[in-house]
Design a binder for this molecule. Sequence first.
Ligand code: ATP
Length: 794
Amino acid sequence: SQESIVEQVKSEEGKKKIAIITSGGDAPGMNAAVRAVTRAGIFYGCKVYACYEGYTGLVKGGDMLKELQWQDVRGLLSIGGTIIGTARSKEFRERWGRLQACYNMVSNGIDALVVCGGDGSLTGADLFRNEWPELIKELLGEGKITKEQYETHRNLTIVGLVGSIDNDMCGTDSTIGAYSSLERIIELVDYIDATAASHSRAFVVEVMGRHCGWLGLMSGIATGADYIFIPERPPSETNWKDDLKKVCLRHREKGRRKTTVIVAEGAIDDQLNPITSEEVKDVLVEIGLDTRITRLGHVQRGGAPCAFDRFLATVQGVDAVRAVLESTPAIPSPVISILENKIVRQPLVESVAQTKTVSDAIEAKDFDKALKLRDQEFATSYESFLSVSKYDDGSYLVPESSRLNIAIIHVGAPTSALNPATRVATLNSLAKGHRVFAIRNGFAGLIRHGAVRELNWIDVEDWHNTGGSEIGTNRSLPSDDMGTVAYYFQQYKFDGLIIIGGFEAFTALYQLDAARAQYPIFNIPMCCLPATVSNNVPGTEYSLGSDTCLNTLSGYCDAVKQSASASRRRTFVVEVQGGYSGYLASYAGLITGALAVYTPENPINLQTVQEDIELLTRTYEEDDGKNRSGKIFIHNEKASKVYTTDLIAAIIGEAGKGRFESRTAVPGHVQQGKSPSSIDRVNACRLAIKCCNFIEDANFQVKHNANLSADERHLRFFYDDGVKTSAVSGKSSVIDDNTSVVIGIQGSEVTFTPVKQLWEKETHHKWRKGKNVHWEQLNIVSDLLSGRLSIRTT
Ligand code: ATP
């Protein structure tokens, strides 16, 4: 909370001199981490040093260790790579190098290191901490440091931030840079898709990942690839070629005009022989496909970080400083991780050790173990990939009596991941023999025209990268004519419904659930999959489409800031969507480095505006005419009836008195985004499959337990407690035995919450959002890093 932060700032206890290092391969987001560590450190009263060129700077000392000021890290959020440099330091691997590093730290008074790098860099950091007592004793013995220096620096504090595009660290869902890299890959494969489909060609795309298949797997899911090769799941030496041929030919026979095969750099077969892109190409040529190889190479590392990496690096950077302040010699060095939506600290040694066991397991040909060690979601994602790409061969069909009619409907404003989610739900269901029906143009389409269309494999196979809604969406609700909706449910004998959309989708589910007593036909499992840029559906902290929107917004704000910076004296007030939910504004403020964020949750008054103008004036003065980065304010469209975007811009302009001026910028519907982001595509896949599992398991339970005929099943619905464990896999949990649920991500878990509970207890109906303002922390971090919190607390 803001209060506890103020307490910590005031206390003199634990103030440190912290050095920040970026090490190993560069990764987008490292700069954002440098910015966050620097500013949070200064905010908490510490001194922060940049250690240039990775561990080399620590070994060489001198000018390579330099104190950073608040202004030094201005404008860093949007810049790829690392401005403090990175390197692979041979000297630090040697004991003499680490002894020299120890000396340089002690002589500069530095007693804490925040290391942002891959598992190698963190291994080095851990080794350094373990050796520290010996090293410092040796320096004292040699007379290089004084007794007093020895006494004050007896303990070294290390905190790890995982910066690596490979996403190869165990114990965290994501490393800083991984999703930016994935974003680059999918963008490029989308370009390749267009030419592949035009010429009916096959493309073998080689992606990075010598020891870890995360990029290969996730890009396979996000690009709708036919086949992938990753080190954790090597195919059989003897039959991988035949299998590849079978899958690709089958997809061609179904009508696909292109073939995409993703090969991770470290791809191997089950006898550990490398599988090269050339070999894969030769196999595809054998089945008559005009095949090309594209090696994406270093473009995968470069460019501006995506919205998520800016967020991740920023919140983790701030937490790293807090971890430094809270550390004691007894606490093992932590690495800052993320599990689903939650930032957590894990013991660094254990994460590094577990990461190493993955390569050991691969070397020992224990591939099941390797897959499991990566993390639960990796194995689930691999299974998800197979269920949409490979299980369409007929061998995964469920018995005739267990086949279902699954309906999918889009409700509300369009967002970017509606199509990928529908594609995955359809392909996964068809592979098992279910039938999938798209209700077209929302409930209005059903009520007015009975608009239902059965979806086939070829209808949806290329929806992985399309934005908008192929089946049509609008805000109409079933309550417009519940009787007609029930009529069509009866006619098509739906066994389950997936409603994809925002607050209206949630409302629609509640209405159907409430109408069950009157229309027993609605006694089927129904699941709302939240998809809205506003992220205002109760029961989840993430909605499909919101990440695409944030990527669009960060690009938009970067352009606006550039304009502001070029004109030297201009400030922009950017108005973002979100209705009465301040999520988008808060997140956008954090990832664009806005000076102030205005949301409906935090009322604006004259005092706040005045303080923000004071901050703006001070920032211009500190810039001293250099004005290296533009300044923006973020304003949610419904933040205040009085303090509108125009009014705030006018007040800023008036207060500028010629020193600065202001403009407004309103991105409007551009925020819905175009092609879905990698995060939205990957989450569309895993959440859509979990929805299907939920519907299947609930239905099968009905059939097996209640022994009902198909027709009876449409009239009555029994729900067995046992379903709770079988309905979902992985980290998910059904939290109540209810069959109208909202799937969501809450904290570190995927959850299914009954719509009734959410509607009655957890919804702010007037403001069309959940009561849980899970984004409030983002504002605190934003204010801390913009200097706004300092203005308020002094
Ligand atoms: P990436 O995931 O991008 O490869 P990484 O951090 O794993 O990043 P490495 O080259 O393995 O990259 O390590 C970076 C640096 O960390 C090394 O150059 C070296 O300075 C230091 N380092 C790595 N392993 C050790 C070790 N066992 N002992 C001491 N220092 C090490």
